[in-house]
Design a protein around this ligand. Structure first.
Ligand code: PBG
Length: 338
């Protein structure tokens, strides 16, 4: 005679455990999958570099020369990574008050985009960071007004020129990262006006003023004049509801993809945004998130590859369709081996 269970309450718990017993069972019931198809690699290209320069605070990442950038992009294609987002690092001497190098047809990002497009055709989605901070002498994401603060509307006119230059150089999507009000609508109008209706906009829609961008400033050689910060245009990490308003505004203005950034400190925001919109949602696992994992792994304190996969899984579980991550190539290699 079968013995009765200790308590009926034990059944549901046993059911859950039964489905965890073997790798195949776990794989079959997994709610979230990380695929190489979800990944976008951020890459840096530096003007005047003949050789790739390692970025000290981001082990494994480089300020590429145009040639090494193209080689890295080809490697990403062979790994199956569908997209990259490009940041240009101009010669310091070319930086000026308005960041005009950002829309110079011969500027570093435009030249690199052209080379990528001719080397890769349509094998990879080419996204371009649409911002001024790498190109201004003061390091802010916009032009400064008489009061020393960023002048939102004057900045929009610059962004329009940047987006058109990037579209002309071959970008599939432009990615405005400066958190200026009205930036998506301004770019849509400028792109359409220049005949680039097919070029999309991935909006940095909910972008927080985060200390986790620290290593990125090394990657692009930017420091903000006078020890300033971006708290007047990027969001306060204390605020969750306002992210929905930022995202709704960008979708209304025509964003094709909305992005939340940083990723791990914004899992609640990613979940909110996923519920609120129908367009694809991207999340950016930023430089500081990458650097923390790398630093701990170098000390042998964590298994870096396992932590990276776990974090990207959590970002996807929260609701991100697309993950921008410096781990893209490593994860693609790892996923390909499984
Ligand atoms: C601004 C920009 C930043 C990042 C992407 N675009 C820096 C900032 O807002 O201060 C950060 C990306 C990262 O940390 O990986 N153009």
């Amino acid at each position: 005679m079968a013995s009765a269970p200790a308590s009926p309450a034990a059944y549901p718990a046993r059911r859950l455990r039964r489905l965890r017993r073997t790798p195949a069972l776990r794989r079959m019931v997994a709610e979230t999958r990380v695929s190489v198809d979800d990944l976008v690699a951020p890459l840096f290209v530096r003007e005047g570099s003949a050789e790739p320069e390692p970025i000290a605070s981001m082990p494994g990442q480089y300020q590429h020369s145009v040639a090494s950038l193209v080689a890295e992009a080809k490697r990403l294609v062979s790994l199956g990574v569908p997209g990259l987002v490009l940041f240009g690092v101009p010669e310091p001497a070319t930086r000026d008050a308005v960041g005009s190098g950002a829309w110079d047809p011969d500027g570093i990002a435009q030249r690199a985009l052209g080379e990528l497009r001719s080397a890769l055709g349509d094998q990879m989605v080419l996204m371009a960071d649409t911002c001024l901070d790498e190109y201004t002498e003061h390091g802010h994401c916009g032009v400064l007004g008489a009061d020393g603060g960023v002048d939102n509307d004057a900045t929009l006119e610059c962004y329009q020129q940047v987006a058109v230059a990037q579209a002309e150089a071959g970008a599939d999507l432009v990615a405005p990262s400066g958190m200026m009000d009205g930036q998506v609508g301004a770019l849509r109008a400028a792109l359409d006006g220049a005949g680039h209706q097919q070029v999309g906009i991935m909006a940095y829609a909910a972008k927080y003023a985060s200390a986790l961008y620290g290593p990125f400033r090394d990657a692009v050689d930017v420091s903000i004049a006078g020890g300033g910060d971006r708290r007047t245009y990027q969001q306060d990490p204390a605020n969750r509801r306002e992210a929905r308003a930022e995202v709704a505004q960008d979708v209304a203005e025509g964003a094709d993809i909305v992005m939340v950034k940083p990723a791990l400190t914004s899992l609640d925001v990613i979940a909110d945004v996923r519920r609120a919109v129908d367009v694809p949602v991207a999340a950016y696992q930023v430089s500081g998130e990458y650097a923390m994992v790398k630093a701990a792994a170098e000390r042998g304190w964590v298994d870096g590859a396992a932590v990276a996969l776990e974090q990207v899984t959590a970002i996807r579980r929260a609701g991100a369709d697309i993950v921008l991550t410096y781990f893209a190539a490593e994860l693609a290699e790892h996923l390909g081996r499984r």
